[in-house]
Design a binder for this molecule. Structure first.
Ligand code: NDP
Ligand code: 8X3
Length: 251
């Protein structure tokens, strides 16, 4: 019987690349996202090893209905990849939209915790694994990172807490903290500014969705006695820049 992964946010970026990677290796995948056309295209590409579940992760009732409607052969979930998430806005906190902050908290924090809570009994019963996609933004502050960084710090710390609580169950928990990767992330963050996205990644040789998908797959297929607690990846072109100092104008 093949192993089964539930990957949230599989209509683009890391999640879609991961769905392809796992199916290519013989896994069954439950792929989620809001864009039904993208899910249908992925099903057409990958076939019946893929089950699609179209819902907004912020809609708890829809999430639970999708889990309850899983076909029998997809019910034994061995791996949860909490990947669906987003940044909204690049402005300093004092100029940011509160609605953007709420969208990020609802998606990156509340929905991730809700789905994890729903699947923990299955994962414990199957000695499964959880891979949570955090970010370097949850580790290092940067201007405009404000609430996005806060949500990802939650993801990293929540993962460490899960690892403590799941001690002795055999369930593995990993946080992946990627830096800059070219996906639809920046188009979403800028509310649709493709030029801003192109400019950010131009000549920077960013990581790709496949780089992160390969990391997810590597972690998921390590021997059961090995747990990667957290892993931070950046493109070689990116590094941490340090502190900033504001000086008063001299009198
Ligand atoms: P993409 O924008 O390419 O993909 C995001 C995925 O999340 C899409 O499939 C989208 O599906 C899904 N998603 C977003 N909101 C919801 C929602 N409310 N309900 C259901 N699904 C949702 O971004 P990435 O692949 O880059 O991002 C994946 C994860 O990686 C995110 O958590 C992001 O924060 C994180 N990350 C990204 C980095 C980067 O540089 N790209 C670096 C570090 C972390 P749909 O729109 O169809 O609902
Ligand atoms: C996305 C990476 O550096 O744009 O989480 O915040 S970064």
């Amino acid at each position: 019987m093949p192993k089964t992964a539930l990957i949230t946010g599989a209509t683009a970026g890391f999640g879609r690349a991961a769905a392809r990677r796992f199916v290519a290796a013989g896994w069954q995948v439950i792929a989620t996202g809001r864009r039904a056309d993208r899910l249908a295209a992925l099903h057409a590409e990958l076939g019946d090893a893929l089950h699609t579940a179209c819902f907004d992760v912020r809609d708890e009732a829809a999430m639970r209905a999708s889990l309850n409607a899983l076909p029998g052969r997809f019910r034994g979930i061995d791996l949860l990849v909490n990947n669906a998430g987003l940044a909204q806005g690049t402005k300093p906190a004092q100029d940011a939209l509160l609605s953007d902050w709420k969208t990020m908290i609802d998606t990156n924090v509340t929905a991730l915790a809700t789905l994890t809570h729903a699947l923990l009994p299955t994962l414990v019963a199957r000695k499964g694994a959880i891979i949570n996609i955090s970010s370097v933004a949850g580790v290092y502050p940067y201007p405009g990172g404000n609430a996005y960084g806060g949500t990802k710090a939650f993801v990293s710390q929540f993962s460490l807490g899960l690892r403590s609580d799941l001690h002795g169950t055999g369930v593995r928990v990993t946080t992946i903290e990627p830096g800059m990767a070219e996906t639809e992330f920046t188009v979403v963050r800028t509310h649709g500014d493709q030029a801003a996205s192109d400019t950010l990644y131009a000549n920077a040789n960013p990581m790709t969705a496949e780089d992160i998908a390969g990391t997810i797959f590597w972690i998921a297929t390590l021997p059961p006695h090995l747990n990667i607690n957290r892993i931070e990846l950046m493109p070689t072109s990116q590094s941490v820049a340090g502190f900033q100092v504001h000086r008063e104008a001299s009198a």
